[in-house]
Design a protein around this ligand. Structure first.
Ligand SMILES: [Zn+2]
Length: 178
């Protein structure tokens, strides 16, 4: 498993590569904590350092189909999203992330087309889930998928309507219909 320190180092490495095209240097350590996300007309600028920010993230990433079941988004997944948003902003491309899916209860997962038995959208016993499906508004999805794959912290899936990403031990990539 990646340690939190490795994760932060990796995020910094990704930003350095994206923004300057140069190798990682100690001066460029960046730990983004702001995340601009929306779903169905509700938009929040989340501060991932705060309880309120994490609560708002959990709300946006709830399982609507199951009757608004609220889980606990993996904070590393949220930080990966914040990193990607910061990396885009550093290139002058500001994007709000439009959420398609976060938590999926077992029943919702079974109803989801192309679902996986071991989907990272499924919660563990502590209700923690690690996957997000989103559409980065104004950003080419192909580009966004390549960007969020850069730190190599998990799975990335390219779909016609959204990009899936999650945090897991071994990087995995797939395409569905694109
Ligand atoms: Zn997904």
């Amino acid at each position: 498993m990646l340690s939190r320190r490795d994760f932060v180092k990796g995020l910094a490495l990704g930003v350095a590569a994206v923004t300057s095209g140069t190798a990682f240097s100690q001066q460029t350590v960046l730990t983004p904590y702001a995340l601009d996300m929306q779903r169905r007309g509700e938009r929040f600028l989340l501060d991932l350092r705060t309880t309120d920010g994490l609560k708002a993230a959990a709300w946006l990433l709830r399982d609507i189909q199951a009757g608004n079941v609220i889980g606990r988004p993996n904070t590393d997944t949220l930080r990966l999203a914040a990193w990607a948003q910061a990396a885009l902003a550093a290139q002058g491309a500001h994007s709000v992330f439009d959420i398609h899916s976060g938590l999926r209860t077992l029943s919702t997962n079974l109803k989801t087309e192309g679902h996986h038995q071991n989907s990272r959208h499924l919660p563990n016993l502590a209700m923690v889930f690690s996957a997000i499906d989103l559409n980065p508004i104004g950003i080419n999805k192909e580009y966004f998928g390549n960007l969020i794959a850069q730190p190599k912290f998990g799975g990335v899936g390219w779909y016609s309507t959204h990009i899936h990403f999650d945090v897991r031990e071994r990087p995995t990539y797939w395409r569905k219909g694109v």
